[in-house]
Design a protein around this ligand. Sequence first.
Ligand code: WT7
Length: 655
Amino acid sequence: MSSQIDHLLDESRQFPPSDEFAASAVAKPDLYERAAADRDGFWGDQARELLHWHTPFTRVLDWSTPPFAKWFDDGELNVAYNCLDRHVEAGNGDRVALLWEGEPGDERRITYAELTDEVKRVANVLESFGVGAGDRVAIYLPMIPEAVASMLAVARLGAIHSVVFGGFSAESLRSRIDDAGAKVVITADGGYRKGKVSPLKPAVDQALSDDRFGEQQTVEHVLVVKRGENEVDWVEGRDVWWHDVVPAASAEHVAEPFPAENPLFILYTSGTTGKPKGILHTSGGYLTQAAYTHRNVFDLKPESDVYWCTADIGWITGHSYVTYGPLANGATQVLYEGTPDTPHPGRWWEIIQKYGVSIFYTAPTAIRSFMKTGRAIPQKFDLSSIRVLGSVGEPINPEAWMWYREVIGSGSAPIVDTWWQTETGAIMVSPLPGVTATKPGSAQVPLPGISIDVVDESGEEVGNGNGGLLVITEPWPSMLRGIWGDPERYKETYWEKFEKQGYYFAGDGARLDADGDLWLLGRVDDVMNVSGHRLSTAEIESSLVAHEATAEAAVVGASDETTGQAVVAFVIIKESYLAAHDPAGLATQLRSWVGEQIGAIARPRDVYIVGELPKTRSGKIMRRLLRDVAEGREVGDTTTLADTAVMSIISAQVK
Ligand code: WT7
């Protein structure tokens, strides 16, 4: 990572927008002035312009009990109505909402009128299961239109969804179901991944009935979409096929208004401890900022653009920039089920050509892996429809940025490098295409209406030319409203560090260049970023020590050319285990163990079996030194170790 960063700080190229682009851009420079002149007034205008309110709000922000914010709080709206019915009522029912492409090549075009009907039917089905405002529904689905419809049906009822990424294990699913107390699970038999059906329903069955997890208390129904056609077990009375009940349900359903602060979803994300946090988002403020950012950051022209965000709905990017932002704005978007290289390495570019995608939003890790396979592959396809490119999830190195611009964006499409988090709900820092002169590798400036700073440990501004910690200095509409069931952890994690100043601590290091542009430098806590996905060192360590062979484990994020960071584990094996077992193949076993326990994304790239771990005199593991080993560097300063010889032993064992 450090060589990448050195490189990044030398970067001085700039790409101003063309006059033509600037002239027809959605966002104009005056947006910054309007927001600076009256922040609350600006957000109030956005909320009124972008959304339909059943009951108009009279107050924009209530920040009387920080860090618990209320936005637009006496207003009422229905989130699903905003994403669906109102577009139909405005005469846009025939506009395509979803251009869905299955991995095997099957396709479905779904208009706003059709999606509205489908969501009304699903809402009626969920109501028949007893789901109402405030109830929790877990969604564990592949990237199929039913996933989007399910989220919106839950939202329509004022209920709360908890989408669990389909790559997570039965155990991860169960802990999320329990934490939220979900009443219903929506899943599929399976979905297509890498050319074959990857089953989902068996994981739901296991999550709900495996003895290891104890008796399950809350789930009454499992609604199952048929997608993979794989064999599934069936629990009579609990399980219901989607195709048996949804088409038969009524397509009449009135969208009731709910208060702006009604919870919309919980989304679990890794933190510095072993237990994932249920990040809570609410309705009015979240939808306002999702719609505002989607429109301005991507320069969306809903009548003519074809938008495609490659994120899975199991992540926040899929929530804000597949489901809520684009649909609130009446966009036409591509939804793709599968992996980028199935059945051939040009699959994404083929999809862009086929649908004439004009706005494309993806992650640096994907761009870097395409760079590796070479430009000849994308160059076989016509990508001339692309006019805006977005990047999200981790810092994008200037080399990847330039490749993205030249090879995918024909050397002219502006790139928006968008910094945000599950907790921020929507984009916070990004250039505005048509306004900002972009810089390869920099996320650049806070959006109009957003206040960001870089400070030192004591909360003092570092000023241009210096590095420090990224903070958000004013509340924002789509901010998390808390951690589900744990207000104390919410305060501790985000607000305690800069309590005096009242700043939100994001956990990222950043630097301001001489122009005041932001350069993100990665996490400053024990959180790793692997392919743009957030993983906790503590969570993987606790999974490793749950294995019978493991005495102790330490996990670090080591820099990786393609995935940004990779999980590397150092494990001490129990003497008693070694006495009774052959250690050959143990590293491989431990890798798969983590995959089964948490999910394939958490599987370590390397597991090293070692005799000791580097600890300070107070017993704290010095991950910095392990990172040196994992990255093949000379080991840094070991003077604070309890036993200074330990690092040479570890280095020898790793080789
Ligand atoms: C963390 C949040 C935001 C949706 C995807 C990830 C890193 C995110 C950028 C960017 C540098 C970035 C940060 C952040 N991150 N976007 N454009 N440049 N770093 O959401 O899983 O909540 O992770 O991702 O470290 O804190 P998430």
